[in-house]
Every structure is written in C-alpha cells, then in structure tokens.
Design a protein around this ligand. Structure first.
Ligand code: PMV
Length: 325
C-alpha cells in the first residue's frame, strides 16, 4: 500500500484571495492558473499495520507542528473514505524552498492527496480528487489537472472543483521565477484569506472579477500575449493592494520585489514583452513568450537578485514508481 506522486506547483494568473467558507475552503471567486514544470513536490505515502503512528518527513527541510497537523488531518480524511485505520509513513521533497510564496502547499497537498488515495487503493476521478485536495489546501486543486487550469467557485463543496482549460502544449509561454527570499513568509495564506474581508477594497475586487476572468479567457483563447500580460499584472497588483490595506496590513514584498517591478517596467519601455505576477510572498514570476525567454533570463542575470527557475506549462499531478523510501 505504497504510492508516489510528482505534483507541480502552480502560478495563479487570476488569484484566489478570500473565502466564503473557511472549513470547506470555498473561494469567493474563480481562479485561473498554470502548472509549473520546474517547481515540483515528490511524495511517497505508505499505509502499513507495522506503523504505530503517522510519521511525516520532508527531505532537506522541516515541517512545523501546524503543517504536520494539517497533513495528519488530511490523511484522516482519506482513511475515512477508504474505511481503513492503518497509519502512514509520508516522505516528501520539494525542488524549491517551502513557504516562500511559491505555492508549496499547492504541489505538496496535490502530491499527498494522489499518493494517499492510490496507496489506499481508492479509485477517484480527477474532478473528485480536486475537491478532496481543496479541503486541505485551496490552491492545491489547481495542481491536479494539466496545463492551464480553472478552479470554480461554488456555494457547495461538490461544485467547487478544478479542471483543465488547455493542455500544457497549447501555448508556449514561460514563467521565469526569481527567488528573491527563501525564508518562510510571516503570515500564512490561511490567515491571509481571513484578513481579506477587512480591506475596504475587497468587495470592489470581487465585484470586478467575472469581467476580468472573461477578459483573461478571451486573451488565452486568442493567444493574445499583450492583453494576457496586462491582465495578469494588474490582477497581481490588485490583490496586493487589497492585502496592503487589510487590518493589520499584509505586506509580502521586500525591497528587492519593488526594485524588480520597476526594472520590468523599464525593460518593457525598451520593447521587451515581459509581465509579472506575485503570489503571497516577495518572489516575482516573470511571464513571457518562449521566444523572449533568453533575453528575459539574461536581463535578470545582470541584476543578480536571486536563484532563477524557468518554468514551462506542465502536466498536473502524476504517479511515478520512483518511491522515496
Ligand atoms: O491555497 P492557499 O490557501 O495557499 O492560497 C493561495 C493564495 C495565493 O497564492 C495568494 C493566490 C493563488 O490563487 O494561488
């Protein structure tokens, strides 16, 4: 009863920020993302009567008590579904730093969900897998399907799921991620979502969402990179404006974040077609077409701000037989 999954992190072009139901992790708005080829979590889960309790290990890193509690809670959920009581051994590793605004909870819980489900010999279709993993970490549901993914909002759990809008090969765009800081963030996204409601601009943000999502979908359909870039950049700034005006304020950026944003705007003035987006952390994702990737990377290298990870659109969570133990 052992299974191993490789799951990608994902970058949200339209962000999930704010929930209508805390316990079920139901989002206030639909979100749209892309799975990242270079930011992966690999997780092996084994259930065995030989284990006297659940054990959880992350290679070359540590989980805090709260993170462990969330993982055990999710194992419980899956044990209940499979009607088993055996304990599990979980070993996991990331190809990028945990808790730094790269959605490690997304790839982490997507990998845990698929591995645990398979290790229990449950057969769960993709849509239901996205619902199951959403209960543990909202954005993780977008790391199950392939390529460009939409997560639907709903008042009910069974209708808030993620599905693939387009396959990874649909559009040759890149996400060049710069790791400006690799320390854990000060406020977790779970707490950040709760604070969203305290911003005077939050309602305004939600009201404009349907129209913004429609425009992004049109840009995706036409592969119109300029419109696409403008929408994702304004969307990221919109979410961070709401974050900065919560009570107390959520300020995820560092000095380097601001420096890089200003540099990107300068590069664009000079004719380089590159846009940015930022999740709940200081690190910046530069989005460009494949044909401009080399130039974007070399501009970035000249600033020497941090480790660079170049991502293509990727497939979602998948099983592998390369177990970690
Ligand atoms: O899934 P969570 O609770 O870690 O929230 C993710 C929130 C953002 O990364 C800021 C946006 C998103 O849609 O991924």
């Amino acid at each position: 009863m052992k299974a191993t999954t490789i799951a990608p992190s994902n970058i949200a072009f339209i962000k999930f920020f704010g929930k209508i139901n805390e316990a079920l992790r139901l989002p206030a708005n639909n979100s749209i993302s892309m799975c990242l080829s270079g930011a992966l979590t690999t997780t092996t889960v084994e259930f065995s009567p030989l284990y006297k309790k659940d054990s959880i290990e992350i290679l070359r890193d540590n989980f805090n008590e709260e993170e462990k509690r969330r993982i055990v809670e999710h194992l419980e959920r899956i044990r209940k579904l499979a009607q088993i009581t055996t304990f599990a051994k979980v070993v996991t590793k990331n190809s990028f730093p945990k808790s730094s605004g790269i959605a490690s909870s997304a790839s982490g819980f997507a990998a845990l969900t698929l591995s645990a489900v398979k290790a229990c010999r449950l057969n769960i279709p993709e849509k239901e897998l996205t619902i199951l993993t959403r209960l543990a970490s909202g954005s993780s549901c977008r790391s199950i399907p392939d390529g460009f993914v939409e997560w639907k909002k709903s008042k009910t759990s069974e209708n808030s799921y993620a599905y693939s809008l387009y396959s990874p090969t649909y559009w040759n765009i890149c996400d060049v991620l710069v790791i400006l800081e690799d320390k854990p963030k000060k406020v977790t996204t779970t707490d950040a979502h709760k604070l969203a409601l305290t911003s005077p601009f939050y309602k305004e943000r939600i009201m404009g969402m349907e129209e913004k999502i429609e425009r992004l979908k049109q840009a995706l359909k036409k592969k119109d990179f300029l419109s696409f870039g403008e929408i994702i950049e304004t969307e990221a700034l919109n979410m961070h404006a709401v974050m900065m005006t919560t009570n107390p304020p959520l300020f995820y950026w560092s000095e380097k974040t601001v420096k890089l944003i200003l540099a990107i705007w300068e590069w664009r003035k000079k004719g380089l077609s590159v846009y940015f987006t930022i999740d709940a952390g200081p690190n910046v994702h530069l989005v460009c077409e494949e044909k401009n990737k080399k130039e974007v990377v070399s501009y970035l290298q000249s600033l020497n701000m941090g480790k660079i990870i170049v991502n293509k659109p990727s497939i979602g969570a998948r099983l592998t037989n390369k177990h970690l133990f």
